[in-house]
Design a binder for this molecule. Structure first.
Ligand code: ZN
Ligand code: ZN
Length: 229
């Protein structure tokens, strides 16, 4: 099975490590597939404005450079480690209220999607780009003051757009996702080297982007594992 992590941050947003070094960490650890998913933060709230001010976000200005760099690193990762690197972002709608906030991974993104758009527009645009939509850390997290509960609380409205939900994020496991029998994956939400040791996804499919997206969507041949090196 393919060892995968679809939720990874770099210095392009609030990660502590440069993209190139991140690729080497995962390549040397024997991963088959990773997705780089730096934050695209909403600018229409106080917390969002703070992120923009301190450049903890991808913007439409540096999106092309971000994508070019990922493309370059993806080629290097394939040659050196036979590891597939998928370009992505984490659309981050941050508000003071946990009930209003949500984070969404867009995997295999092609064009910039602003985080201040409505949920509906974000999902439709992602579908148009044939990208995968993942609801991140959708329930209460241990030791987090600010949770991201909007999508879970509004799953009856938005569930139809979501290709899979994070059933585990780093050390947290969200049993509500299994109770609802939603398609699931597990990710590290990597920001620092120690986050390598965390929940991951195993996929029973070919190592190419089409097979991987299909496997996650159909959620057959998907497993999770607690990676400890
Ligand atoms: Zn997040
Ligand atoms: Zn994240």
């Amino acid at each position: 099975m393919l060892l995968c992590d679809f939720h990874i941050h770099t210095k392009y947003s609030d990660g502590s490590i440069e993209l190139r070094k991140v690729v080497d960490i995962f390549g040397q650890a024997g991963f088959d597939v990773i997705a780089i998913t730096d934050h695209v933060v909403n600018g229409d709230s106080l917390i969002g404005k703070f992120a923009h001010r301190f450049r903890f976000t991808i913007t439409h200005k540096n999106f092309n450079e971000y994508m070019e760099n990922i493309k370059y690193e993806a080629q290097r990762a394939w040659n050196k480690y036979e590891m597939l690197v998928i370009p992505g972002v984490e659309i981050s709608k941050n508000y003071l209220s946990s009930e209003k906030s949500a984070h969404i991974l867009i995997l295999d993104i092609k064009d910039f999607i602003p985080a201040c758009e409505s949920y509906e527009n974000i999902f439709l645009e992602a579908k148009k780009q044939d990208a995968l939509i993942i609801a991140c850390h959708p329930h209460h997290m241990r030791g987090e003051i600010r949770n991201t509960l909007y999508l879970w609380n509004n799953r009856d409205i938005y569930g139809k757009y979501i290709d899979a939900w994070e059933i585990a994020n780093r050390d947290d496991v969200f049993n509500v996702v299994s109770l609802k029998k939603y398609p699931y994956i597990a990710n590290s939400d990597f920001h620092k080297p120690r986050h390598l040791y965390s929940w991951k996804t195993l996929l029973n499919c070919e190592k190419d982007i089409i097979s991987i997206k299909r496997c996650i969507k159909h959620n057959k041949g998907v497993a999770i594992t607690l990676f400890r090196g």
